[in-house]
Design a protein around this ligand. Structure first.
Ligand code: ZN
Length: 243
């Protein structure tokens, strides 16, 4: 039975963005557990071995070369955010828009910037620029060292989905304030962590998140992590938002 009061919507998250930044790349949560909490989401895999995207209940792993494979149920994640995607708003896009214009459209449509939002852009993209980190070896380095020299890939015109979450500024360190989105093409062959894109036409669906269920790892590494560095905002920005 659905016990959720009307208007409330649950988002499940394992671990913290600040833990990833500190080099906590191994978690204890399985893909199967994530899928119990929703059919939509994103994150990464243990050892930063690929970017994660969950769409329509299927979990995909997108590696540094931009290729995609389905994830296994027992694959582990050090960071992921999941929800049951129930769009409350859909915006039709009939003319080409940039990432900034898409963000402006989403911001205009939200009832408040103080909630989490799951966002899904489905359509024809002129181009999408992504990155995916390389699998890391122990001893793990902090994220901003690990991604130094990361490669970006630009996909040309393709049909696909850009999906992820918009987190309020107060979520700094819990998530990535602003947008954190991943791309996968319609054939589920290529994708990655989105740096920038141009959407030709399509639909933007938005699902509000009012409740956050945050599950913290029970690993020794997490217990000893430094989660509140003085330059947290700059670290998040450098790790996730560079174009
Ligand atoms: Zn990402």
């Amino acid at each position: 039975m659905d016990q959720t009061p009307a208007g409330r919507h649950l988002v499940y998250q394992t671990s913290l963005m600040s833990a990833l930044l500190d080099g906590i790349y191994d978690g204890d949560t399985t893909v199967a557990t994530l899928l119990e909490h929703g059919d939509f989401g994103l994150g990464t895999f243990n050892a930063l071995d690929g970017e994660m995207l969950i769409l329509d209940g299927v979990c995909y792993r997108m590696r540094a070369d931009g290729t995609v494979t389905p994830a296994a149920a027992d694959d582990l994640t050090p960071f992921a955010v999941v929800t049951e995607f129930v769009p409350s708003v859909s915006i039709r896009v009939d003319e080409p828009i940039t990432r900034d214009e898409a963000v402006a459209l989403i911001n205009e449509t939200m009832q408040s910037s103080n909630y989490l939002y799951a966002v899904r852009l489905t359509g024809e993209f002129d181009w999408v620029r992504v990155r995916a980190v390389e699998r890391q070896e122990k001893p793990y380095r902090p994220m901003n060292e690990a991604i130094r020299g990361e490669k970006t890939i630009e996909f040309g015109r393709s049909a696909g989905v850009v999906a992820g979450f918009r987190t309020p500024l107060y979520g700094q360190g819990i998530g990535v304030p602003g947008g954190h989105v991943h791309y996968i093409d319609a054939a589920h062959r290529h994708g990655g962590h989105v740096l920038d894109f141009a959407l030709l036409s399509g639909t933007i669906d938005i699902c509000i998140g009012t409740d956050l269920h945050l599950e913290l790892p029970l690993t020794a590494e997490f217990k000893n992590a430094e989660l509140s560095p003085d330059d947290l905002a700059a670290q998040v920005d450098q790790a996730e938002n560079r174009r």
